[in-house]
Design a protein around this ligand. Sequence first.
Ligand SMILES: [Mg+2]
Length: 229
Amino acid sequence: MTPRNLVLFDIDATLLDTQDAGVVAYEMAGVKVFGVAFSFTNVPLHGRLDSENYADAVRRHGLGVDHAEHVEAFQAAYATSLEKVAEDRGGFKACRGIVPLLEVLMERGEIQIGLLTGNWEHTGRFKIRAAGLDDSIFQCNAFADHGQHRDDLVPVARDRFESMHGTPPARVIVIGDTPRDVQCARAGHAESVAVATGVFDTDALRETGADVVVEDLSPTDSLLQFLSR
Ligand SMILES: [Mg+2]
């Protein structure tokens, strides 16, 4: 059965809660590669790409180097640091409602699921596994590696769907916890589900004009109804 709709999940504060492990790992990786603990105090990270955060940190700390030249070393150090933080904390936690929702979506042939995330692919997949989830069920993905800005990512996932199935999806729905998730859905002519499991509450998320706003992803039946329409 060819799936009809493409449902794209954000990772941080949508699928799982790392309790800012990413920020801690950024600090550690900054020390390792540049000798400076990257700080993100008062920097609005939510919904940005890893590549944007990294380039911004190099600039803000006045390192006077070309960030592109060091990106691979930084990614490697970040991956090692993130693994260490995850290990120290006994893994990350899946957000409320995620496990049952993914289970029912996997049973439904008419929905293809994927990731649309600001994470680099390698570390994004690691976070998912560290939360006890199976990253291999997401097969139609767009990571930070695939664009300059979050708004570039819906078309990437839509193209993947089309190459996999020979036809574009009837609907694309982005599920995320920040105004940037809703914005990238709009930029990519997709629909959006905004979920208040991150720092934005339902009032703030309603202001974004998201198609659906929920406290968390535990209302499996009503979400399924919307996603499989
Ligand atoms: Mg998020």
